[in-house]
Design a binder for this molecule. Structure first.
Ligand code: SF4
Ligand code: SF4
Length: 459
């Protein structure tokens, strides 16, 4: 075991857990990650307040069973579409992982972005670099330690509070959140409690649990074993080039690889692993070790990318990256899912109509030679605008007599109607026949519903 690893393992300052103090280095990839992170953070924080057609960009309101993706509202009746969208996203993630490994984790996952680009930076700013943090943790309680720790945790709680608010904005809606903020606490006691609970959860995640979310808790991380193969591009150490590793020494002239065993790649790793031991589930592909090793290579006048974004096949056999059969198969599945989803979305009607014959009723023979059936209808407006509508039976001889009428359905709202459909009895030639109703708005058919009509046949 190298000295570096021995040193890390003895950093058991927190109840026996190996507490990780990653060393800060600012290489090129770190700078790119900074830019990506700021962009994603801006998107995350403004997302609930950006509206398309009056609807939030993304809303996942489980309580009210209302979901909005890019301004498109999905009601409970559209659950199959939402499920298909989620399935498509999962297949996309599987395909992306099969090609690029855990790149999402290191570069786009909110957990890593907040941990490494927000909370970790605050920690460096207040407590200093990795060595200073270790020293502070090991020191007895004194005014300096109380001040630094107090300030750090106070800022952590404030940021966790903001994250909790944003989380709620995505789950109950930004308008509902603003209402909770504006009104007295006693009017939204559950909303206030939710903010407090989420603040505590986020604080614990970023102040205490940290990398364990990625290495132990996250199910996506645990799936890497089945998603990665020899062709997947991952952050990897080129052992053919690096081994046998060894310090640069004038006295030792035995043949050596390019790895100078400086341990910097281990010291910067936020999950505390040594990438030279091969691909590991704990690696979140944050690429910090690439930056670290590149710096060492530049200093020692060797080619960079001893650690790089490479496939095992490329390292072992020098083969360039090529799509595997598995990637082609996932791509085909993804194309099929996207096509199906797009078709269903295009065909999706603005109004969802359910029209059923009233239960327990038969037909009614009327004195004027007509026969009627009683119906209950429920119309849901899936658009972001209030809508005027009318219902027409496709059979021109049929008429509608309303018991309970409505002509308007509010945006995202529901109306219930009760009515008779009346047909001349001589028109009926079988006991049970199908009947089609069109729902029109502004003279245009926007939805169609089918139901049945029963009557004694005119034999
Ligand atoms: S091994 Fe490298 S890429 Fe993987 S988590 Fe550690 S520093 Fe990041
Ligand atoms: S940073 Fe590079 S040279 Fe240093 S130990 Fe890691 S792989 Fe070897």
């Amino acid at each position: 075991m190298s000295e570096v690893n021995k040193k890390k393992i003895t950093d058991t300052s927190r109840n026996g857990r190996v507490w990780i103090y990653p060393k800060l280095i600012k290489g090129k990839l770190y700078q790119y990650r900074n830019i990506v992170s700021y962009f994603l953070l801006a998107l995350l924080f403004t997302g609930p307040f950006l509206k398309i057609n009056g609807e939030q960009l993304i809303l996942l309101n489980i309580l009210e069973r209302k979901f909005v993706l890019f301004g498109v509202v999905f009601m409970p009746q559209d659950f199959y579409l939402f499920a298909l969208a989620i399935l498509t996203f999962i297949v996309f993630i599987i395909l992306f992982t099969a090609i690029f490994g855990r790149l999402w984790c290191g570069w786009a996952c909110p957990q890593t972005i907040f941990m490494e680009m927000v909370f970790r930076k605050i920690e460096y700013w207040i407590e200093g670099d990795a060595q200073q943090q270790k020293k502070l943790d090991a020191s007895p309680l004194n005014p300096d330690k109380i001040f630094k720790k107090g300030l750090k945790h106070f800022i952590f709680i404030v940021i966790s509070f903001f994250i909790a608010n944003i989380f709620l904005a995505y789950t109950i809606g930004s308008d509902a959140l603003l209402q909770i903020i504006k009104d007295p606490v006693n009017q939204h006691i559950y909303g206030f409690l939710a903010i407090c609970i989420f603040t505590a959860v986020f604080y614990l995640v970023f102040a205490k649990v940290r990398e364990l979310v990625c290495t132990v808790i996250c199910p996506y991380g645990r799936l890497q074993g089945v998603l990665l193969d020899r062709k997947t591009l991952v952050v990897a150490y080129d052992y053919l080039r690096g081994e046998p590793r060894g310090h640069i020494s004038k006295s030792d002239e035995s043949p050596k690889g390019d790895c100078v065993d400086c341990g910097l790649c281990v010291q910067v790793c936020p999950t505390g692993i040594d990438i030279r031991k091969g691909t590991q589930l704990e690696c979140i592909n944050c690429t910090l070790c690439i930056d670290a090793c590149d710096m060492v290579m530049e200093k020692t006048h060797r080619p960079t990318r001893l650690i790089g974004f490479k496939s095992e096949e490329h390292i072992a056999e020098g083969k360039p990256f090529k799509f595997s059969k598995r990637i082609y198969a996932y791509s085909i599945i993804l194309v099929i899912l996207i096509s199906t989803l797009s078709t269903l979305l295009i065909q999706r009607s603005d109004i969802s109509a359910t029209i059923l014959r009233a239960s327990g009723t038969l037909y009614q023979l009327r004195e004027n030679g007509t026969v009627s059936n009683l119906y209950n209808a429920e119309l849901i407006n899936k658009t972001p605008e209030d809508m005027q509508f009318e219902i027409r039976v496709s059979d021109p001889q049929a008429t509608i007599q309303y018991i309970n009428k409505a002509e308007k359905v509010e945006k995202g709202g529901t109306v219930k109607l009760t009515f008779f459909i009346i047909l001349p009895q001589k028109r009926v030639n079988k006991y049970k026949s199908g009947i089609t109703l069109n729902i029109l708005s502004k003279g245009k058919v926007i939805s169609t519903a089918k139901t049945t009509f029963i009557a004694p046949p005119n034999l």
